[in-house]
Design a binder for this molecule. Structure first.
Ligand code: NAI
Length: 298
């Protein structure tokens, strides 16, 4: 089969001054996409800003023979998001792909978590995806084509100590992705998410001996496939680490049914069946879940 190209496609990658975003940028640019390399250039905890991160990354892409413009706005505000999309429209006249990748960390055990640790994390990850994707959306609808990729995390999907703020934002992105998949379907706009594990400055101190197996370059082939024209899926999440790729899905168990008046004791006495994963199904959207549940009521 032919190699997968991105000729004629314009992609915004947020937080692409380094780490995963820059790896994504290299793969897309090498396959013909024209890029907006967005990066505020702050620290891992979101302090400060430095134009050189995006500038350097865009320059490197050009040196590789790719096409890229740098943008230094923060994804954390609607104005920033609009300006990032305007950069793509001004430079290339269209927008096909949004990769929401920018991120920060402000970890703390929940009992010590303060609003200054919560709001910026929600603003960058969750609102950031809204802020950048929303101004791109009308263009995608109009052209009947779009691809959105969000960067979720196992920290939210499965839970991780010290990351109530980050986990909430990252799982929020799964909900965001699901709804965009439903709303975008009619317009050939597909939205998916990855939950990566990779050695970047963000994970510098936590991967220990596994770090050298978990290079960020292992993540980008999956990101590129999920934003490619040929990608058949929407509303899905993929775990990616060190060359392993696997779908993560939210399934619903068969459950227990008593339509004659469910009691608290019924719930207690049938809790094993309620919890059993056997025969689970994976609803494609809320309506599918409702129809399936109604079908089980007889
Ligand atoms: P990174 O720190 O190298 O990259 C994040 C980039 O986002 C930085 O270049 C930073 O300057 C930029 N950024 C931060 N706030 C911004 C803002 N307001 N506007 C624009 N840019 C901003 O870390 P990494 O690992 O490459 O992270 C990329 C994404 O992957 C993040 O969303 C992160 O949460 C996510 N992720 C990473 C994992 C890993 O194992 N490295 C695990 C799960 C998720």
């Amino acid at each position: 089969m032919a190699d997968l190209g991105f000729d004629g496609k314009v992609a915004i990658i947020t937080g692409a001054g380094g780490g995963l975003g820059f790896e994504h940028a290299k793969v897309l640019a090498s396959r013909g996409a024209q890029l907006v390399i967005n990066d505020l250039g702050g620290t891992v905890d979101g302090e400060g800003g430095d134009d050189s991160a995006a500038n350097k990354a865009a320059k490197q892409i050009e040196e590789m023979g790719g096409v890229a413009v740098a943008n230094h706005d923060s994804v954390a505000t609607p104005e920033g998001g609009k300006s990032i999309v305007d950069t793509a429209l001004d430079a290339f006249g269209r927008i096909d792909i949004v990769i929401n990748n920018a991120g920060i960390l402000r970890d703390k055990a929940f009992h010590n978590m303060t609003p200054d640790l919560v709001d910026p994390v929600l603003d960058v990850h969750l609102r950031g995806a809204f802020n950048v994707t929303q101004p791109a959306w009308p263009h995608m609808r109009e052209q009947g084509y779009g691809r959105v990729l969000c960067t979720a995390s196992g920290a939210g999907i499965f839970g991780n100590f010290g990351q109530a703020n980050y986990g909430a934002a990252k799982m929020g992105l799964v909900g965001f992705t699901n709804v965009l998949a439903v709303e975008g379907a009619k317009y050939n706009i597909k939205a998916n998410a990855i939950a990566p594990i990779a050695h970047t400055r963000m994970t510098e101190d936590i991967l220990g001996g596994a770090a050298d197996k978990l290079g960020p370059e292992h993540i980008s082939p999956v990101a590129a496939w999920l934003v490619h024209e040929d990608c058949p899926v929407s509303g899905e999440v993929y775990s990616v680490a060190g060359g392993r790729v696997a779908r993560i899905f939210i399934g619903e168990a068969q459950g227990y049914v008593n339509t004659d008046g469910l009691t608290v004791e019924d719930v207690r006495d049938n809790f094993e069946q309620i919890r059993s994963e056997e025969g689970y199904f994976v609803p494609s959207d809320l309506n599918d879940e409702l129809m399936t549940a109604l079908g089980m009521l007889g």
